[in-house]
Write a protein that binds this ligand. Structure first.
Ligand code: BV8
Length: 229
C-alpha cells in the first residue's frame, strides 16, 4: 500500500450536527414547509426575498451561538500536524472548522460570515440580519446584499483548487455528508480515478457509500478523533 502524503477531506452538515447545528435532510430537510432546494435557489430569492433572508438570518444567528465539537478539533489538529498536503473542503457555511483552528480550508458553498453585494460585487464580513436591507458597507447601496452562499444552480467556489487537490490525493475522506448534492457528491469518484484510497465517516451509509473503499458509521465526534489519532 503506497504511503499517504496528500489528504483531501470533504465535510458536510453532519460534522456540525453535534454542535447543535441542524442538518438539511435528517429532519426531513423541511423548513417552514419549504425544502432547502426551494429556499437555497436564486429563483426562490427572486420569488420571495424576505423568506430567504429570514432563513439565512435565522441560521446565521443560530451558528453564532454554537461551538466547534471534537470532530472539528481533531481535524484542526490533523491540519496543524500533517506534514504532507492537506485540504479540508467543507460544504458547510458555518465557521466551526476555522474556530477550531483549521487553516487549509475551502468553503465550497460559501460562508455565513460574509454578505455579498450584487451591486458592487464586494463580499463584506457580516454578522447582522439582512432582512431589514442594510446598506452595503463598500458602496452604500441599499437592497443589494445577499448571503454569500452558493445556491442551487450557482457555481461552487474555488472548484479548480479543489479538483487540483483531489487529483493529487492519496487519501480522500468524506465526513458527515449525505452525498445528495453535486459536484461535492462526485468527488469520491474523482479521487478514485486519481488513485486515492477513499474512506467515509458518517452516521449512516450516504447515497454514495458504495464508492468508498471503507465506510465507518457512527457520530462524527467518535469516528473523527479515532481516525485522526
Ligand atoms: C452546480 C446553500 C453548476 C448554502 C447548498 C441532477 C443530478 C446531479 C446534479 C444536479 C441535478 N440537478 C441539479 C443538479 C445540481 C445541484 C444538485 O446537486 N442538486 C441535487 C439536489 C440533485 N447542484 C448545484 O446546483 C450546485 N451547483 O451544480 O452548479 C454550474 C456549472 C456552471 C456554472 C454555474 C453552475 C450547487 C450546490 C450547492 C447548493 N447549496 N446550500 C446553505 O444554505 O448552506 S446545498 C446544501 O446541501 C448544503 O450546503 C449542504 O452542503 C448540502 C449537502 O447537504 P449535507 O451537508 O450532506 O447535509 P445533509 O443534511 O444532506 O446530510 C447530513 C449527513 O450527515 C447525513 O448523511 C447524516 O447521516 C449525517 N449525520 C448527521 N448527524 C451526524 C452525521 N454524521 C456523523 N455524525 C453525526 N452526528
Amino acid at each position: 500500500m503506497s504511503p499517504i502524503r496528500n489528504i483531501v477531506i470533504l465535510t458536510g452538515a453532519g460534522v456540525s450536527a453535534e454542535s447543535g447545528i441542524d442538518t438539511f435532510r435528517d429532519a426531513g430537510g423541511l423548513w417552514e414547509q419549504h425544502r432547502v432546494e426551494d429556499v437555497a435557489t436564486p429563483e426562490g430569492f427572486a420569488r420571495d426575498p424576505d423568506l430567504v433572508l429570514r432563513f439565512y438570518d435565522m441560521r446565521r444567528a443560530a451558528i453564532q451561538t454554537k461551538q466547534p465539537n471534537a470532530a472539528h478539533r481533531a481535524l484542526a489538529r490533523l491540519d496543524a500536524e500533517w506534514a504532507g498536503e492537506l485540504l479540508i473542503v467543507t460544504q458547510n457555511v458555518d465557521d466551526l472548522h476555522e474556530r477550531a483552528g483549521a487553516q487549509r480550508l475551502i468553503h465550497m458553498h460559501g460562508t455565513h460570515l460574509n454578505a455579498w453585494c450584487t451591486g458592487c460585487d464586494t463580499r463584506s464580513p457580516w454578522t447582522a440580519p439582512l432582512l431589514d436591507r442594510p446598506p452595503c458597507p463598500a458602496c452604500g447601496a441599499v437592497g443589494h446584499l445577499r448571503p454569500d452562499v452558493v445556491w442551487f444552480g450557482e457555481m461552487p467556489y474555488r472548484m479548480e483548487e479543489i479538483y487540483h487537490a483531489i487529483n493529487r490525493a492519496d487519501l480522500f475522506v468524506s465526513i458527515g455528508t449525505s452525498g445528495a448534492v453535486y459536484p461535492a457528491a462526485g468527488f469520491v469518484r474523482e479521487a478514485r480515478a486519481a488513485g486515492a484510497r477513499t474512506l467515509e465517516l458518517n452516521m449512516e451509509p450516504s447515497q454514495g457509500s458504495h464508492w468508498f473503499d471503507e465506510a465507518r458509521h457512527g457520530p462524527a465526534t467518535w469516528l473523527v478523533p479515532e481516525w485522526v489519532e
